[in-house]
Design a protein around this ligand. Structure first.
Ligand code: HEC
Length: 104
């Protein structure tokens, strides 16, 4: 009985850990969601990236830029009136994956 409960508790803990890892994993889908999120970077106005770059149109070449993360942060700060993202964060990685995906 005790053993079963321990096993179940352990299984629950492990699956929670797995879900947390999965949720932090950068992806195109997550990038697209963030691109359309008016709250990105703690944005203090109602705009999202998509307000000016609809479905990433016109950004087909942006994915190849060396300074892509800097450009993204510039737009977060100046256009969204938010705070810059850590370049290593899953959010920034996901936004880059999404922008690169529209160039393909
Ligand atoms: C208020 C309008 C506006 C919003 C909102 C906005 N941008 Fe921009 N963005 C611009 C302008 C203007 C430029 C410079 C002209 C251009 O390249 O389209 C630009 C340029 C860029 C570029 C470089 C494009 C290229 O072709 O090299 C990237 C990447 C970019 N923005 C990403 C974003 C992301 C990510 C967001 C959301 C965090 C965002 N932008 C929100 C107006 C905006």
């Amino acid at each position: 009985m005790m053993k079963t409960m321990l096993t179940l508790t352990l299984a629950a803990l492990l699956s929670t850990a797995a879900l947390t890892v999965l949720a932090a994993e950068p992806s195109v889908a997550r990038g697209k969601k963030l691109f359309n999120d008016p709250a990105l970077g703690g944005s203090t106005n109602p705009m999202s990236c998509n307000t000016c770059h609809q479905d990433g149109k016109g950004m087909e070449k942006a994915g190849a830029r060396e300074d892509l993360a800097t450009m993204i942060n510039t737009c977060i700060i100046q256009a969204l009136q938010g705070k810059q993202l850590d370049e290593q964060s899953p959010e920034m990685q996901s936004l880059q994956l999404y922008i690169r995906s529209v160039g393909k």
